[in-house]
Ligand binder design. Sequence first.
Ligand code: NAD
Length: 434
Amino acid sequence: MKIAVVGTGYVGLVAGVCFADAGHEVTCIDNNEEKINMLLNNEVPIYEPGLRDVLLRSKSRLKFSTDIKEAIENNDIIFSAVGTPEGADGKPVMDFTENVAKSVCQYANRKKYLVLKSTVPIGTAKNLKTLCEKESKHEVEIVSNPEFLREGVALTDFLKPDRVVVGCSTEKAQALMYEVYEAFLNSKDQMLFMDNASAEMCKYAANSFLATKISFINELALLADEVGADINQVRRGFTSDNRINPSFFQPGLGYGGSCFPKDVKALVKKGEEHDIPMRVVRAVEEANDYQKIILHKRLLNHFGDLKNKTIAVWGLAFKPSTDDVREAPSLKLIEKLVQAGAIVNAYDPVAGPNAQKACAKDFNLVDDAYSVLKNADALVIVTEWNEFKKPDFDKLKQNLKSPIIFDGRNIFDQNKMKDLGFEYYNMGRLALNH
Ligand code: NAD
């Protein structure tokens, strides 16, 4: 099949490359010339494990271009995977998606299928249908196909999806979408057809529910610290119940990334439009904002004053295996620390430059995990990259001014840390007050 994918970001590039890997002929479009030039030179503009290998092996079926007109004229299935970032009012910015729809209307030379892969507010397909009916000479059918991939494991998620959600209103669109995805499915049942609004809502339901799990376990961990319980034992106890799926119950520093924060907000906003206060997800958001700065509070509690204290930070990406720092807890934490007068030296295997661009405060970027510890009053672990999990503890101790670790991701065994002579603070495992 011939497919165009507009937007070559974390979602669009993975989708385009995987479609080509499945045998389709794919044209990837972006209006960012720099990205397209990199791709034309076999360079991948984002960090996503394995992506370059699949790109290289599918190259004969992949085209990269900035020419959206040609892509629309030559392809009947056009995926839109452009950004829908959070706007100043908390609602997703829809300009990029609308521009793609307008281009489809302008350049359509026969019936086109515009497939919305971006996360878009419930009701978008309906609005775009009206827009296309007004602006296009040819029929444009809107298909809603939200994406559930996770950065860092995006290829596995895309090539072996749990399910593919498709919202559309014709059998022809269903058949086409099945053909697009067939290579990735174990059975036809994995393809979930529904109406557009339900498909749009699925994405918000999934992300808001996952965010709820995170805020829930984070609050339990805070309480566990106070009451002398161990969150790992608590989790083991309450998730050994077949009604409760144990995944996604790791306490940490709050969710970040380009999806959960904006999608939770967007669901709240959609609720407000319809007089539904969405109390649960509003509380999830509030708990998350608090969680992102919890280590600042704990450092303050420990040191009394952070002025001229040197704090080493391990990890800047919002999660391991990505260079994405959008809404990363590291940024909020560093801003707070610098505001309080601390000197922040940070290391991340790949996300350093992005974090320096995104952070509202200046901090020092150091290019290895041990140099960053030199003369630091404490180490703060923000992202649980694998390379941090089995460090050389002697070296760690030698480099730090004092052997104090605030572990926001519970990556070490607290008994071992005690034996090694570290003052070790973690999330919900008895260490703080007991
Ligand atoms: P991104 O910012 O990485 O990529 C978007 C790309 O679209 C950019 O390269 C941009 O230059 C391009 N673009 C914007 N307007 C364009 C236009 N008119 N023509 C051509 N190109 C244009 O965004 P992303 O992280 O890939 O997210 C895309 C969408 O997918 C969002 O709605 C997001 O919520 C959703 N999503 C993201 C993830 C994720 O993990 N990143 C997962 C699931 C869903």
